[in-house]
Write a protein that binds this ligand. Structure first.
Ligand code: LMR
Length: 414
């Protein structure tokens, strides 16, 4: 029945800004000439720029010469890209690859891969719950809730030790029933920067196997932690013979391809036959969502990974990025001390990846933004990759001035 005069849009309420990307929008509007954006996880070089990788620019020049069509890609993306992604994740000799028991589809960004995993699980296993760490990337609950899944949390971070609450994590993971899906951060946990050790990963893999829940590895920062291969230790622990899992890859950070939206979802299944079936089901979900993926970013990644010279250049660039971030971690801790913030921040040098879970509380985060134009995610997550030698003094002075440390030592600050 038509309702005369009904308007859909006049009934809506204004939605809140996104907790991470909304900060960038606010930052862009802030007239403060000294503003600093440490919100969104985007890498800045020593000059505060987000550069195009050398290897990427060279690959693009080659593509521009060689590209001869803009025809659609297949629903799942091209096979060369899928093979390159699997090679990067597992290594060409891993039994997951040689046994052809994984299927990889090319998705618009890592978020596209996560959402596809959510759609796949919701469509085919509607009773399954999706478990995320507490805390997790602010967008995780959103992505899976929009896919229709019930989202639950498991404990992860212990603020008292600025580290992993491993006993509590493991106990909680043991209670998760078979058939549910558990999201694990492959490396460089977002937002805490705190990862399990290799021994702890083995224990997590034991529990996954014993309980029968399905790991979903969000692998958005491969190469930014310890190294491109080294960062796969969690993934390798989970990839036991015959075990199943999902992996969502992103090339936003480790190729600097943020706006090309290039990622992948890999399903690791028990057999080649099961991989074919899973791929066919993933293709149904993709067709109903974005139909088929955008080509350019994946063409760059494939070109770089399949050319020995470009690949060596790319690996060096990822290494430079990692070194700069770790250098900034040390400088941040030293500068805080120099500016008189009398609190032990040495844990920041032990965190890995772009982010530091600083321990700054909501009031401090708000004061930094309002009084100093310093933008940090509400949880206190700081993008270390946005720090430079040029902005470090101003940042640490502001942190010293806002005070408010729970330890009560803030009165001692100079
Ligand atoms: C982040 O956590 O800042 C990045 O993953 C970017 C984003 O989309 O939120």
């Amino acid at each position: 029945m038509t309702q005369k005069g009904f308007t859909m849009f006049n009934t809506l309420q204004l939605a809140p800004p996104d907790p991470i990307l909304g900060l960038t929008a606010a930052f862009n509007e802030d007239p403060n000439p000294n503003k600093i954006n440490l919100g969104v996880g985007v890498y800045k070089d020593a000059d505060g720029k987000t550069p195009i990788f050398r290897s990427v620019a060279r690959a693009e020049a080659r593509l521009l010469k060689e590209e001869d069509t803009k025809d659609y890609l297949p629903i799942s993306g091209g096979p060369a890209y899928a093979a390159a992604v699997q090679d990067l994740l597992f290594g060409a000799d891993h039994e997951v690859v040689t046994g052809r028991r994984a299927a990889t589809v090319h998705t618009p960004g890592g978020t596209g891969g996560l959402r596809l995993a959510g759609d796949f699980v919701h469509k085919l296993f509607p009773e399954a719950k999706l478990w995320v760490s507490d805390p997790t990337w602010a967008n995780h609950p959103n992505v899976f809730a929009h896919a229709g899944l019930a989202v639950e949390t498991y404990p992860y971070f212990d603020a008292a030790i600025n580290g992993l609450a491993f006993d509590a994590t493991l106990e909680a993971l043991k209670q998760i029933p078979g058939g549910d899906v558990v999201l694990l951060h492959g490396c460089c946990h977002n937002p805490t920067g705190v990862d399990p050790t290799s021994a702890q990963w083995e224990q997590i893999a034991d529990v996954a196997e014993a309980c029968g829940w399905m790991p979903l590895v969000d692998f958005a920062y491969q190469g930014l932690g310890k190294g491109i291969r080294e960062d796969c230790e969690g993934l390798m622990a989970l990839c036991r013979p015959g075990r199943e899992l999902f992996v969502a890859s992103s090339f936003s950070k480790n190729f600097g391809l943020y706006n090309e939206r290039v990622g992948a979802l890999t399903v690791v299944t028990p057999s080649e036959e099961a991989a074919k079936v899973a791929l066919s089901q993933a293709m149904i979900c993709i067709r109903a969502s974005y139909s088929n993926p955008p080509a350019h970013g994946a063409a760059i990644v494939t070109t770089v990974l399949n050319d020995a010279d470009l690949r060596a250049d790319w690996e060096a660039e990822v290494g430079e990025m990692r070194d700069r971030i770790n250098g900034m971690r040390m400088l941040f801790v030293d500068t805080l001390e120099r500016k008189g913030v009398r609190r032990d921040f040495s844990f920041i040098t032990r965190q890995r990846g772009m982010f530091s879970f600083s321990g700054l509380n909501k009031a401090q985060v708000e004061a930094l933004r309002e009084q100093y134009g310093i933008y940090i995610v509400g949880s206190g997550r700081i993008n270390v990759a946005g720090m430079t030698e040029a902005n470090m003094d101003a940042l640490c002075e502001a942190i010293a001035e806002v005070g408010g440390w729970e330890t009560g030592i803030q009165e001692d600050m100079v």
